[in-house]
Ligand binder design. Structure first.
Ligand code: PLP
Length: 404
C-alpha cells in the first residue's frame, strides 16, 4: 500500500515546545506517572484565571457572536485596539490598520504567508519563539538568525543583525519582551533596530504579546513608535497578559509606511477573508481586556504571584554551582545556562530527556528555540511556589547526580 506522505514543506519544521520530549511525557503520564510540566506558557492550567470581566463579556455576548464577523474583526474590538495605540502614544492608527486573529499564532503565519516568495529571508532572533522560524520556513522563506547576546542581558547584537542583511532580506522579527530569555530590550537597541530597518527598507514584525508582564520597574518600549519610514507590524493578544490562551484572541497593528505596502496589505486582507474571520465570541472580550483596570499588574509586583514564582526559579537556579542565568525583566520564563564542563551531560536535549525520565519534570531544551549552543533550557514559571519548589528541587537533585 502506498504510504500517505506529509507535505515536503514540513520536512524541516519543528516545534519542540510540543515536540518529541513532550510526546514522551504524555506516554509516561499514560503509564501513571505524574509529570510536572514546565514546558508550555499556558496560565490557565496553573490556576491563573482570566479576569472575570472578560469571561462575563464572552458569556453575555455569546448569542450575538453566532455569525461571522468582518474578516479583519469586529468594529468594537478593532476600535479598542486603536484606542490602545492612542494610549501608548502611537499616532495616526486607523481602524483599518488593525486585524484581529485567532491568537498571535494565526497572525504570525498569515503575515508570513502574505509576504514571502521562495528564498526570501527573514531575520529572526536566536533564541526565538520557534513559531516564527517555523512559519518563515513553511512559507518558503529562509529564516536567518541574528544573535541575542547573553552577556548584554540578551539584547540583540545590532552588528550581527546588520551583517546578516542580504538583497533577499525582507523583514526583521523582534520578540520583546522575549520568550524564552525574559529580556526586555533597551530603548537604544530598539532605536538601532528601527534605524537599520528603515535604512534597508525592511518590515519590522514586533511580537509584543508579553508587553504588560514586566518586573522590577522595567519599561517596555513599543518599537512601532520609533518607525516612520518603513512598515511596522506589532502583534499582541489575550493569551498572556489576560491569562486567556484558550480563547484564541490576538491582533496586529500596522504602522509606519503603510502607503508603500498597498500590495502586501491587499494580500493580508485576502488571506484574512479566506479564513472568514477570527472566532467571534472572543472578539467581544477585547474591548474589556484593553480598557480599564489591568489585573496583570497585581501579579507582577513583588508581592504578586508571578513575580514570586519567577524570582524563586531564578534564585534557585543561580544558586547551583555551574548554572547561570540572566535575570528576567519580563514574560513568564527563565533560560538558564549549564556549564557542561561541570556536569556529565552531553547536551541540552539529553539533559531534558533524562530529567523527564528520571525526575518527571518536563522543560524545553535551548535548541528548541533555535539556539545553537547546546547548553540552555527554558523553565515555565507558572506553577505555584509549592509546585515550582518541588520541580526546582528535582532539577537540582538531577544536576547534583550528574556533577563531575
Ligand atoms: N508569541 C510569543 C512570543 C509567544 O510566546 C506565544 C505563546 O507562547 C505566542 C506568540 C502565541 O500566542 P497566541 O496564544 O496568541 O497564539
Amino acid at each position: 500500500m502506498d504510504e500517505i506522505l506529509k507535505s515536503d514543506r514540513l520536512t524541516h519544521l519543528k516545534y519542540d515546545i510540543r515536540g518529541p520530549v513532550y510526546e514522551k511525557s504524555l506516554e509516561l503520564e499514560s503509564q501513571g506517572y505524574k509529570i510536572i510540566s514546565l514546558n508550555i506558557g499556558n496560565p490557565a492550567t496553573f490556576g491563573f484565571d482570566a479576569p472575570d470581566e472578560i469571561v462575563h463579556d464572552i458569556i453575555l455576548n455569546i448569542r450575538n457572536a453566532q455569525g461571522y464577523s468582518d474578516s479583519r474583526g469586529l468594529f468594537a474590538a478593532r476600535k479598542a485596539v486603536m484606542h490602545h495605540t492612542q494610549n501608548i502614544g502611537l499616532p495616526g492608527i486607523t481602524i483599518n490598520d488593525i486585524y484581529i486573529g485567532n491568537g498571535v499564532s494565526e497572525l504570525i503565519m498569515l503575515s508570513m504567508q502574505a509576504l514571502l516568495n521562495e528564498g526570501d529571508e527573514v531575520l529572526i532572533p536566536t533564541p526565538d519563539y520557534p513559531l516564527w522560524t517555523a512559519s518563515v520556513a513553511f512559507c518558503g522563506g529562509k529564516p536567518v538568525h541574528y544573535v541575542c547576546d547573553e552577556a548584554a542581558d540578551w539584547n540583540p547584537d545590532l552588528i550581527d543583525l546588520e551583517n546578516k542583511i542580504t538583497p533577499r532580506t525582507r523583514a526583521i522579527v523582534v520578540i520583546n519582551p522575549n520568550n524564552p530569555t525574559g529580556a526586555v530590550y533597551d530603548k537604544s537597541i530598539l532605536e538601532g533596530i528601527a534605524r537599520i530597518a528603515e535604512k534597508h527598507k525592511l518590515i519590522v514584525f514586533s511580537d509584543e504579546i508579553y508587553d504588560r508582564i514586566l518586573y522590577d520597574g522595567t519599561v517596555h518600549y513599543p518599537i512601532a513608535k520609533m518607525i516612520q519610514d518603513t512598515l511596522c507590524i506589532t502583534m499582541g493578544g489575550l493569551s498572556k497578559n489576560y491569562r486567556a490562551a484558550g480563547f484564541r484572541g490576538g491582533w496586529m497593528i500596522m504602522s509606519g509606511a503603510r502607503q508603500r505596502a498597498k500590495s502586501y496589505i491587499e494580500g493580508l486582507t485576502l488571506l484574512a477573508s479566506m479564513r472568514l474571520c477570527a472566532n467571534v465570541p472572543t472578539q467581544y472580550a477585547i474591548q474589556t481586556a484593553l480598557g480599564g483596570y489591568q489585573s496583570i499588574n497585581d501579579l507582577v509586583i513583588p508581592a504578586g504571584r508571578l513575580y514570586k514564582q519567577i524570582m524563586l526559579a531564578y534564585d534557585r537556579m543561580t544558586a547551583i554551582p555551574g548554572v547561570s542565568c540572566v535575570k528576567p525583566k519580563g514574560a513568564l520564563y527563565i533560560f538558564p545556562k549549564l556549564d557542561l564542563t561541570q556536569f556529565n551531560i552531553a547536551h541540552d536535549e539529553q539533559f531534558v530527556y533524562d530529567l523527564l525520565t528520571e525526575q518527571k519534570v518536563l522543560v524545553v531544551a535551548g535548541t528548541g528555540f533555535n539556539f545553537l549552543d547546546k547548553n540552555h533550557f527554558r523553565i515555565v514559571c507558572l506553577p505555584s511556589v509549592d509546585e515550582l519548589t518541588v520541580a526546582l528541587d528535582r532539577i537540582e537533585a538531577f544536576l547534583e547526580s550528574r556533577r563531575k
